[in-house]
Ligand binder design. Structure first.
Ligand code: ADP
Ligand code: ZN
Ligand code: MG
Length: 638
């Protein structure tokens, strides 16, 4: 007896589907549509600037203003010795010359060529240099600067702005000007703000992490004695159990920086970038030590590297993983960098990651038990106005199998319901209703079921409940309703266990199996026909029976594992581990086992048919029946 085997869910047989608690919780990440305006805006400004420079400023600078004057004026200026240099521009048929203007400054002038043989003698007489080239243009250096350097600088500025914008839009890590530089969020202790007090239950996990907190606070104490703390700890557990929360709490408790990065962020489009990112992350962490590096969803990069079965894209992941391994080996354990990682698929991790010196410490973060659930509910209830008479224990009891995230959601749903109802406090009723909302979806107020359908659903649900109540090993019925839910359930029966149990006996499993078949058994008995309403029951019953035979050794095959479980924390996905001959036998046994359960249910209902009618009549009329009412009617003498 090693494994805690609490097979499947809490047993809420129902008509159609009920998602139960074992479902992935969706986290809504607000994916903000990036602002496109600045991008266009910068581009426009830069373009306008270049255009303006080109049309107005450059020509002005390039051709220093050349003023044209009449030929006679020119001759007069020569005689007055105002002209210093003259050159003949034959191409444009003009004379260009430098003279002092009216303000006494040297300036370039030009004048049209006039056929004049005496000009030369006249110039010589005035002592004007006339052989020299007159520089009508700027120095070549200035010219170069203006026509090349400035536009290039402008363009690269524009480019940089565009790239930056693009980088921001692709996410922090993808800044194009910044290849391979990871930008892990550095959250100062004020900002994590999470402490162990915010994490309810999970005492074992907290204990294991307290040592790490102590190490981060007093690294010298450990160094003094020569003790090396594990470099990495791996938080494993189902989704929504508070792994990320715990990692933050460690940083918050130790008041150290918290570098958080998600495994999926490493897997990027360009080969080698993931590895560069790892390198950079560790470099930053070393500079900021003591600190915590948290790699969330590490299974994305840490998958086993063995089989080359998958095509393409693996190189990158492997490179990233290798870099991570190298970095973990390379850094100094005494410095105070602790790496935490979280995953809900520990079995898929590469063994190299788990060997001593890397993630050698494994901290299970399990689904909360009864007390844990109550504590989590209370933690989240602190932030919500609650009425005085709240019985959290009752809510905790009704939510067996729920994760911390789901419990937090239940509190929030209850608060939302209270607002909808125009109340300023959350009541017990809000909480109970939100439990059902989370289990079975919202009530579909406007869904109209025909009277005949309602009758069938009533008998179906009472069938489940009656079979459950008439067996000794079954959990007590707490509530039955036939109000349709958004999840598609037309009605459901809630059974709630008193305490928590991790083991289920063969008797309990058989009772559960009979309970699951009770719905259809009632339909058959009363209406002599069956409906599609039992599809969810059938699915669950088959899975349960199969598990009993292939995994729990509760069949003539004995203690032989005929199926293996993949992903223990993510649903119960199994794959066959036996020969085809056995597979056939397994199927036969599953059919036989479910058949037996159905026979038992048939018999129980037949023996108590009067109660079946009485209870179904009551449910049809009231639409909801509580556990007490149910038992009261059941125990009433006819
Ligand atoms: P995981 O990383 O294990 O999938 P998270 O740490 O992201 O789960 O938990 C999601 C949310 O659920 C948390 O932000 C918190 O509100 C709630 N939660 C989960 N477990 C607990 C717990 N033990 N105590 C208090 N709140 C919890
Ligand atoms: Zn059912
Ligand atoms: Mg998480």
């Amino acid at each position: 007896m090693h494994a805690k085997t609490a097979p499947e869910d809490t047993g809420i047989p129902c008509l159609h589907r009920s998602p139960g608690f074992r479902k992935e919780t969706l986290t809504m990440t607000s994916n903000q549509e990036p602002n496109r305006k600045p991008l266009l805006y910068y581009a426009m400004i830069a373009l306008t600037l270049i255009l303006l420079l080109n049309t107005f400023v450059f020509p002005m600078i390039l051709s220093r203003q050349v003023q044209e004057i009449g030929y006679s004026d020119f001759l007069q200026w020569v005689d007055n010795k105002r002209v210093s240099r003259v050159s003949l521009d034959e191409q444009n048929n003009q004379i260009v010359f430098i003279a002092t203007n009216d303000n006494g400054q040297e300036q370039i002038f030009k004048t049209a060529v006039f056929p004049d043989d005496g000009l030369r003698a006249r110039l010589e007489a005035a002592g004007v240099q006339f052989s020299a080239q007159i520089p009508t243009q700027n120095s070549p250096l200035l010219n170069f600067v203006i026509s090349w350097i400035i536009p290039i600088a402008l363009f690269s500025l524009l480019g940089r702005v565009l790239m930056n914008q693009m980088g921001k839009r692709m996410g922090d890590g993808m800044n194009v000007m910044n290849f391979g530089k990871s930008n892990p969020k550095i959250v100062a202790d004020k900002e994590t703000g999470v402490t162990f007090a915010d994490v309810a239950g999970e005492e074992e996990a907290k204990d294991a992490l307290k040592e790490i907190v102590d190490f981060l606070e007093h690294p010298d104490k450990y160094a003094g004695i020569g003790a090396k703390l594990p470099k990495g700890a791996l938080l494993v557990g189902p989704p929504g159990t508070g792994k990320t929360l715990l990692a933050k709490a460690v940083a918050g408790e130790a008041k150290v920086p918290f570098f958080s990065i998600s495994g999926s962020e490493f897997v990027e489009m360009f080969v080698g970038m993931g590895a560069a990112k790892v390198r950079d992350l560790f470099k930053q962490a070393n500079e900021k030590a003591p600190c915590i590096v948290f790699i969330d969803e590490i299974d994305t990069i840490g998958k086993k590297r063995d089989n080359g079965a998958s095509i393409g894209g693996n190189d990158e992941r492997e490179q990233t993983l290798n870099q991570l391994l190298t970095e973990m080996d390379g850094f100094d354990g005494k410095k105070g960098v602790v790496i935490l990682a979280a995953t809900n698929r520990p079995e898929s991790l590469d063994p190299a990651l788990l060997r001593p010196g890397r993630f050698d410490r494994r901290i299970p973060v399990e689904l909360p038990d009864l007390n844990g659930r109550e504590a989590i509910l209370n933690v989240h209830a602190q932030h919500v106005k609650m009425s005085g008479q709240i019985q959290m224990k009752e809510i905790a009891r009704a939510t067996s199998g729920a994760s911390g995230a789901e419990l937090a959601n239940i509190i929030n749903e209850a608060a939302l319901r209270a607002v909808r109802m125009g109340r300023s406090e959350v009541t017990q009723e809000d909480l109970m209703e939100s439990v059902e909302t989370v289990i079975a979806g919202y009530q579909r107020k406007n869904a109209v079921m025909s009277e005949e359908e309602k009758r069938i659903v009533s008998y179906h649900e009472i069938g489940h409940a009656l079979v459950a109540a008439l067996q000794t090993h079954s959990a007590p019925v707490t509530k039955i309703t036939i109000i349709p839910r958004t999840s598609g359930a037309l009605g459901y029966t809630m059974q709630v266990d008193e305490g928590d149990h991790y083991l289920m006996s063969q008797e309990e499993l058989l009772s559960k199996l009979a309970t699951l078949t009770g719905g259809q058994a009632a339909e058959q008995l009363v209406f002599h026909s069956i409906t599609t309403g039992a599809s969810n029951d059938i699915e669950k019953a088959t899975k349960l029976a199969r598990g009993m035979i292939t995994r729990y050794g509760m069949s003539e095959f004995g203690m032989v594992a005929l199926e293996t479980v993949n992903g223990q924390y993510l649903g119960q996905d199994t794959s066959l581990a036996c020969s085809p001959a056995y597979a056939e036998k397994i199927d036969e046994q599953v059919v036989a086992l479910v058949g037996q359960a159905r026979k038992k249910a048939d018999q129980l209902l037949k023996d108590h048919e009067d109660k079946l009618h009485e209870l179904a009549g009551y449910l049809l009329q009231k639409e909801t029946i509580t556990g007490e009412e149910f038992m009261e009617i059941l125990n009433r003498k006819a």
